[in-house]
Design a protein around this ligand. Structure first.
Ligand SMILES: [Zn+2]
Length: 86
C-alpha cells in the first residue's frame, strides 16, 4: 500500500509500485590514474580509469501502474523529460 507520487491516490495492498525517473542530468566523470587493480602472473598491476560521459538520476517518483505507463508514453512521444528539466 502506498500513495502514488503523481496522481496522489492511495494504491491498494499487493499492487506493485513503479519507480519513474523524473529528472536526469548529464554527468562528466573525470579520469582517474591507476585505480583499477588486477593480478597478472602473480603481480598486482594498475590501469587507469578513462572517465567519460554518462547520465545520473536526479529525481525518482514512486508511481502506480497507470501513471507509470502514461508517463512512459508521454516521455516517448515528447522525447526524454531530462531535456526539459535541465
Ligand atoms: Zn498514480
Amino acid at each position: 500500500m502506498f500513495i502514488c507520487q503523481h496522481c496522489k491516490s492511495q494504491v491498494s495492498a499487493r499492487e506493485p509500485s513503479f519507480l519513474f525517473t523524473a529528472k536526469t542530468r548529464d554527468k562528466i566523470y573525470p579520469s582517474r590514474a591507476s585505480v583499477n587493480k588486477y593480478r597478472q602472473e602473480h603481480k598486482i598491476k594498475n590501469t587507469d580509469d578513462p572517465g567519460g560521459v554518462g547520465v545520473e538520476t536526479v529525481e525518482e517518483k514512486q508511481v502506480c501502474k497507470l501513471c507509470y505507463h502514461a508517463l512512459k508514453q508521454l516521455e516517448s512521444s515528447n522525447g526524454p523529460l531530462s531535456a526539459k528539466n535541465n
